[in-house]
Write a protein that binds this ligand. Structure first.
Ligand code: ATP
Ligand code: MG
Ligand code: MG
Ligand code: MG
Length: 467
């Protein structure tokens, strides 16, 4: 049954409220007191301290819809039907309260009773050794044993360093043969877009010491994660995440600006999906206080914006346009995330400034790259040229690498890194030599801007000037 993305979010959260969970707002994309992570990438990430017991949760049962960024998936975005660098993750959590029996039963109830998903399209995976989960899924929940697939550590054991960890069960939806890769071994766990993993139910029952010992925890936890856009994609029967109702409106806006129609040209469709994704992730990142810069989170933001700008060029858009599209991102999300509407002026201004500064040099940079690609028999782009592209034309190294990789070429990264280091040292020496203490303070300030959170418009102007 067709259900809108906003309605699906509400159905999930109120279902788990009816099971005694406390609904919390999404946490910020910027991790708090956690240096192990650049950006929040799952529902459980901002709640780690509730799991370890360092902090007492407001209730033992919590449910959230968490904004997530996963830049490691960037190369898959626009190519697969199911990956974005930005997505929302629905989750229900038990901090030492309920465990496998309830988590599995409720997950199944939500899928088959609340959402009415056809049982013959659903598959469940368990961790190889997890016979307990097998028993529960088949005997208590009542799933046909032939629809349960045992997978190894990579897919079905959740572990990050030491601390709480454990096996998991994932729920997959079979979208049908037309999405299959055609391989005779295609099935659950295949990397194609036919069997889509949409829900991960983690049974965190061990407390690993990081040395291979897994003592069981006295009060095991539950941590689940379901991609809201993936769920909507399934429920709406659309081809990919970017055709989900609210997301599609963003892509349509880009189509209008570019004067292209989605579905006419596979290459342009990739660019449309990439821009749709990147403008979503950057709008939300800025909304949470990330500022463009050359390192850390700010670099991620800058890289996403410039990558989106380049895909705009591939669509034939020869003007700045991302700030306009950000308006649609805000409109489509402001009910669930009112902070976007409150920060609308700041978000669109910052994107506009960043985009304009790149617009001045992007065409020359692209020209330089393509003349090199066309005229040189060399498969390795020199580090010096990559440095010049970065320094003079504002091309993040990842963007240069990506454009070259499209033609089977690489960059001399060693040389690039050496030149970057040299430049940093020169800048440091120059500051010392200048001897003007009055300026020293300011350049230090500007250097630090990247890692700071948004503190007000004053800082934004400061960072805009350095671009
Ligand atoms: P996949 O194997 O498809 O990359 P995953 O196993 O990495 O997914 P989990 O870490 O288990 O994903 O996250 C829980 C859920 O979040 C997934 O089941 C999926 O619904 C959703 N999800 C994960 N990565 C993405 C992404 N890049 N874009 C959209 N949704 C995602
Ligand atoms: Mg993944
Ligand atoms: Mg997976
Ligand atoms: Mg998973």
């Amino acid at each position: 049954e067709w259900t809108g993305l906003n309605e699906l979010r509400e159905k999930y959260l109120s279902f788990f409220e009816s099971k005694g969970h406390l609904r919390l707002q999404s946490f910020s994309l910027i991790p708090k007191d956690d240096n192990s992570l650049l950006l929040i990438n799952s529902g459980m990430a901002p709640m780690k301290k509730y799991f370890t017991g360092e902090v007492t949760p407001p209730r033992k049962r919590v449910t959230t819809c968490q904004k997530c960024i996963r830049t490691p998936d960037i190369e898959r975005v626009g190519i697969t039907a199911r990956h974005g660098t930005y997505f929302e993750m629905l989750g229900n959590f038990s901090f030492g309260d309920y465990f496998k029996h309830e988590a599995t039963a409720w997950a199944w109830e939500f899928c088959t009773k609340v959402l009415d998903m056809p049982v013959d399209k659903l598959w469940v995976t368990i961790y190889t050794d997890d016979d307990e989960a097998f028993e529960i899924w088949t005997k208590e929940v009542g799933i046909d044993p032939s629809r349960i697939v045992r997978l190894g550590k990579e897919d079905n054991f959740w572990e990050h360093g030491s601390g709480p960890c454990g096996p998991c069960s994932e729920i997959y939806f079979d979208r049908g043969e037309q999405y299959g890769c055609g391989s005779p071994t295609c099935g659950v766990g295949c990397d194609c877009d036919r069997y889509v993993e949409f829900w991960n139910v983690v049974f965190s029952q061990f407390n690993s010491d990081g040395k291979g010992n897994y003592p069981p925890m006295e009060h095991p936890n539950i941590d689940t994660g379901m991609g809201l856009e993936r769920l909507a994609c399934i429920m709406q029967g659309v081809d990919n995440l970017f055709l989900v109702d609210t997301v599609q409106n963003i892509m349509k806006h880009i189509c209008r600006i570019a004067g292209v129609k989605y579905g006419d040209d596979p290459k342009k469709d990739i660019s449309l999906r990439v821009i749709t994704d990147h403008i979503r992730s950057t709008t939300f990142m800025i909304g949470d206080g990330v500022m463009p810069s050359n390192e850390g989170r700010g670099y991620v933001l800058r890289r996403l914006l410039r990558r989106a700008a380049r895909h705009g060029r591939l669509l034939g858009i020869d003007r700045t346009f991302l700030a306009e599209v950000a308006q649609t991102v805000i409109d489509e999300n402001k009910n669930a995330y009112p902070e976007l509407d409150e920060k609308r002026a700041m978000i669109t201004k910052l994107i506009g400034v960043e985009e304009e500064s790149f617009a001045k040099t992007i065409d020359q940079g692209l020209q330089l790259l393509s003349s090199y690609i066309d005229n040189s028999g060399n498969k390795v782009f020199s580090g010096a040229d990559a440095f010049r592209l970065n320094d003079t034309y504002g091309f993040p190294i990842d963007l240069t690498k990506e454009i070259l990789a499209e033609r089977g070429m690489t960059v001399d990264e060693e040389e690039f890194k050496r030149l970057m280091l040299e430049q940093r040292e020169r800048a440091r020496a120059a500051r010392k030599n200048a001897g003007a203490d009055a300026w020293e303070g300011e350049s230090d300030l500007l250097e630090n801007v990247p890692e700071t959170e948004f503190l007000g418009y004053g800082q934004m102007e400061a960072s805009a000037k350095v671009l």
